[in-house]
Design a protein around this ligand. Structure first.
Ligand SMILES: Nc1ncnc2c1ncn2[C@@H]1O[C@H](COP(=O)(O)OP(=O)(O)OP(=O)(O)O)[C@@H](O)[C@H]1O
Length: 241
């Protein structure tokens, strides 16, 4: 089976800092993969290179067999890579509906018809539980609902790979439970790459976990294997078990 995503020797340096350092990474279609690691480990930098938000210093990114290393972000979206937008990119004065419709209009090819856009937006809003708030200004949503709006914005693009960067940050416990159900639902039609600090969420959702530390992959495996991994425990806790 062809990996959906592979990186080869992927690196990004900021001055003398190797934020991501020679990373070989493979993601198979249909997986829910969690990326974990201490603050500053390079997780966001890594997925930013995959989404095309930042350029690598060296190395290659292959998506569904094609080299996308030099491809602009909007072309990657068309190829099927969606990256959850940060809340800062939500337009507070626009409706929830308009916030989801905008990226669809901007990125999908051949100007989709109004009814096709409407269907994609409403499906995304229904899946994230925001349909009854479609006409509210996005700025009036609770913080948790704004996070779900980011997911809806990604989902409406019908991605093959959905990258979620710390989606549960700031969510209430009940919202986290709903989020876990949502990601399982998303994973039936897309591969999910999830940066997440909340370990119970990671353990419940991930098929496999990749652990970053100091710009490199420290470990990779099933949740059970990662939980037992001494090097991982040391990276997180500073002590071996
Ligand atoms: N634009 C930038 N300019 C300079 N240094 C940067 C830049 N972006 C990230 N870094 C540095 O690169 C390293 C990796 O950062 P990154 O945000 O990728 O880590 P992370 O694993 O996502 O951390 P966190 O869990 O805190 O979000 C950090 O030391 C960070 O300070």
């Amino acid at each position: 089976m062809t990996p959906l995503l592979a990186t080869k020797g992927l690196s990004r340096h900021f001055g003398g800092l190797r934020a991501v350092d020679n990373v070989d990474f493979t993601l198979m279609p249909g997986e829910i993969r969690a990326v974990i690691g201490p603050n500053g480990a390079g997780k966001t930098t890594f997925v930013s290179m995959v989404s095309g938000r930042i350029q690598p210093s060296s190395g290659a990114i292959v998506f569904d067999g094609a080299d996308i290393t030099g491809m602009p972000a909007y072309v990657r979206v068309r190829q099927g890579i969606a990256y959850t937008f940060q809340i800062t990119s939500i337009y507070a004065n626009l409706s929830v509906y308009a916030n989801v419709a905008l990226p669809v209009q901007l990125t999908l090819r051949h100007g989709p018809s109004k009814s096709a856009i409407q269907a994609a937006v409403m499906t995304a809003l229904e899946r994230t539980g925001l349909a009854d708030r479609a006409h509210m200004p996005a700025g009036q949503l609770s913080y948790g609902h704004q996070r779900l709006l980011e997911v809806a914005m990604g989902l409406a693009l019908k991605p093959r790979l959905l990258i979620l960067d710390e989606p549960t940050q700031g969510l209430a416990d009940s919202e986290i439970d709903n989020f876990i159900v949502l990601v399982r639902d998303i994973a039936r039609s897309a591969t999910v790459l999830l940066i997440e600090h909340n370990m119970p969420v990671v353990m419940q959702l991930a098929d496999r976990i990749t652990v970053f530390n100091a710009g490199k992959i420290l470990a990779e495996g099933t949740p059970e294997a990662i939980r037992e991994n001494a090097a991982v425990q040391e990276a997180y806790l500073g002590t071996a078990p």
